[in-house]
Design a protein around this ligand. Structure first.
Ligand SMILES: *[C@@H]1O[C@H](CO)[C@@H](O)[C@H](O)[C@H]1NC(C)=O
Ligand SMILES: *[C@@H]1O[C@H](CO)[C@@H](O)[C@H](O)[C@H]1NC(C)=O
Ligand SMILES: *[C@@H]1O[C@H](CO)[C@@H](O)[C@H](O)[C@H]1NC(C)=O
Ligand SMILES: *[C@@H]1O[C@H](CO)[C@@H](O)[C@H](O)[C@H]1NC(C)=O
Ligand SMILES: *[C@@H]1O[C@H](CO)[C@@H](O)[C@H](O)[C@H]1NC(C)=O
Ligand SMILES: *[C@@H]1O[C@H](CO)[C@@H](O)[C@H](O)[C@H]1NC(C)=O
Ligand SMILES: *[C@@H]1O[C@H](CO)[C@@H](O)[C@H](O)[C@H]1NC(C)=O
Ligand SMILES: *[C@@H]1O[C@H](CO)[C@@H](O)[C@H](O)[C@H]1NC(C)=O
Ligand SMILES: *[C@@H]1O[C@H](CO)[C@@H](O)[C@H](O)[C@H]1NC(C)=O
Ligand SMILES: *[C@@H]1O[C@H](CO)[C@@H](O)[C@H](O)[C@H]1NC(C)=O
Length: 469
């Protein structure tokens, strides 16, 4: 049975449009047994909707795309006062201004999509009268300022999308009323600071996106009341320092992203209070040093990303020793030439994987590393300045202690000795891999030795046969 019975009802109204090359407006009905009726109009302008008198009794979904709407107010749509529309989509339709009570006719509306218009002005009370709204999409418009009480009536709103606007400032009461908001998108705006208490009404917020702004200043109480926030995305901003206890209100936070900012050092107690954070992303900054107790308070942190920073020397236990649940540490692509694994208080039993590839290391104290990080399972070492004799010793020692020394990005468990050479004498391996027959033989051997299970063995045999064709 077909789900959709397209019932075309096209209207061609000769409109007195100044723009004669414009396409004719048209509307189509789609019937769906599941979702009621959907109507899609395109290329219509304001006049079209002023004289609109198509019955909409069963229409639950109304869309006008590529229309010319300009100003939305109470009279824009000549629809019955209490219609059944629950989704109203008006994308790409040149909306510039939204006046008071513009949507109050849509008293059942749940989802309002105004993506990619030219909205600059939203009058006070423009979203009043639509209390059932759960989803509001205002992305890709020209909104500059979020006025106080703009969303006051939207007590059931779940998702507010303000991505890709020009927001420079959020007034202190801008979000009042949004007591059930869970997802707030503010990516791609021009915010340069976050004032104190700016999100204080969003007590149920779970995810906050603030990427690709110009934020350089976060007030220590900016995140006040966000006690349910789980994810905070602050990458691609201009944050150059974090004051002490910046994030202390975020007691439910699990994941914090601060990649692509301008951090040069981590101050004492910067993250203190983030007792539930599992992963912290600080990659692509300019960090050279962690101040004493820089990572204090991150008692449940498991993943720490410091990729693409500017570390030269790392004192492992001074920097990372107080995170007793740290499992994965990414230090790749820095300029590290020395890592010290001397501990002061406790060894760290949690660390499982460390990536120090793409640095400038000639050697490390692997014995002290292993005795103070006794549960380490994998170490990524490629692209350093290892001396070959040292590398052989390290490699053998770690492999003998069941630590996998990873030379490629995936850390595949390949035959050790061949790969041990790769990192310091590249030319030898190039030669070895240049002989085609050897490669296929190597591959089949490798594959079949590792998997003794019969079925896999037969797959391997096929692979070997194919290799010889
Ligand atoms: C809303 O839907 C109901 C049931 O489908 C219908 O009886 C009613 O006329 C509709 N109301 C309007 C204003 O279209
Ligand atoms: C459709 O809704 C209008 C009010 O907008 C009502 O007068 C009319 O009786 C409804 N028709 C049906 C078939 O429900
Ligand atoms: C609106 O215009 C875009 C680009 O011109 C086109 O891809 C899209 O199909 C149009 N949408 C409708 C509903 O006409
Ligand atoms: C945005 O809307 C304009 C018309 O207002 C349209 O020309 C353009 O293609 C739309 N952009 C996207 C990405 O849909
Ligand atoms: C961030 O760092 C870059 C590169 O060092 C620099 O060009 C830019 O001016 C810095 N921005 C701020 C706000 O400090
Ligand atoms: C490593 O860092 C350098 C500069 O610090 C950067 O140019 C390069 O893209 C980075 N490599 C990767 C794989 O991220
Ligand atoms: C690596 O260290 C050497 C000195 O030990 C230094 O001359 C060189 O510039 C460093 N290279 C990088 C990429 O940091
Ligand atoms: C490494 O693992 C093997 C097999 O699981 C085990 O027999 C051996 O004792 C382990 N060696 C060390 C040093 O833990
Ligand atoms: C080592 O460096 C090369 C060239 O920059 C890069 O393609 C490769 O991915 C790097 N390997 C690892 C494991 O980082
Ligand atoms: C690999 O083989 C090609 C062509 O057979 C040859 O030009 C090239 O020099 C060889 N490379 C090495 C490292 O031997």
């Amino acid at each position: 049975m077909a789900k959709w019975i397209p019932m075309l009802l096209s209207l061609f109204l000769p409109l007195a449009s100044q723009n004669s090359v414009q396409q004719h407006p048209s509307c189509k009905f789609h019937l769906s047994f599941l979702q009621g009726q959907q109507m899609t109009c395109s290329n219509a302008n304001m006049n079209f909707f002023h004289i609109f008198d198509i019955p909409l009794n069963r229409t639950h979904w109304f869309k006008c795309a590529n229309c010319s709407l300009d100003v939305l107010d109470e009279t824009t749509f000549n629809f019955p006062k209490r219609n059944n529309i629950s989704v109203l989509e008006l994308p790409n339709s040149g909306v510039r201004v939204i006046r008071k009570f513009a949507f109050q006719k849509f008293f059942l509306i749940k989802s309002l999509i105004l993506h990619n218009n030219s909205i600059q002005t939203m009058e006070n009370m423009c979203f009043n009268g639509i209390k059932r709204l759960t989803q509001l999409d205002l992305s890709s418009n020209y909104i500059k300022i979020l006025a106080n009480n703009l969303f006051l009536d939207l007590e059931n709103l779940d998702i507010l999308n303000l991505n890709n606007n020009r927001i420079v400032y959020i007034n202190s009461e801008a979000f009042s009323g949004l007591s059930n908001l869970k997802y707030l998108y503010l990516n791609g705006n021009n915010l340069d600071k976050l004032d104190d208490n700016v999100f204080k009404h969003l007590i149920h917020l779970k995810i906050l996106y603030l990427e690709h702004n110009r934020i350089n200043n976060i007030h220590p109480h900016a995140f006040n009341n966000l006690v349910n926030l789980n994810f905070l995305y602050l990458s691609h901003n201009s944050i150059s320092y974090l004051v002490q206890y910046n994030f202390k209100h975020l007691t439910s936070l699990v994941d914090l992203h601060l990649r692509y900012n301008n951090l040069t050092e981590i101050q004492t107690s910067s993250f203190n209070g983030l007792k539930n954070v599992r992963s912290l992303h600080l990659g692509n900054n300019y960090i050279t040093v962690i101040k004493p107790y820089g990572f204090v308070g991150l008692n449940n942190l498991e993943v720490l990303d410091l990729i693409n920073n500017r570390f030269e020397t790392v004192n492992y236990f001074d920097y990372f020793g107080n995170m007793q649940n740290l499992k994965y540490l990414w230090l790749n692509n820095n300029s590290i030439n020395s890592i010290n694994f001397v501990y002061k208080f406790d060894i760290q039993n949690s660390l499982s994987i460390i990536d120090i590839s793409d640095n400038n290391l000639t050697s490390i104290d692997y014995e002290s590393m292993l005795s103070n990080l006794p549960n380490i399972k994998e170490i990524f070492v490629a692209n350093n300045s290892w001396e070959c004799d040292f590398f052989d010793r390290m490699y053998n020692y770690l492999q003998n202690n069941n630590v996998t020394v990873c030379i490629n990005n995936k850390c595949e468990d390949k035959d050790g000795d061949t790969y041990a050479d790769i990192d310091c004498i590249r030319a030898v391996t190039d030669v070895a891999f240049n002989v085609t027959e050897d490669v296929s033989t190597d591959f089949s051997m490798d594959c079949c030795q590792k998997n003794t299970h019969f079925e896999i063995l037969s797959v391997c045999l096929i692979a070997v046969l194919l290799g010889f064709i």
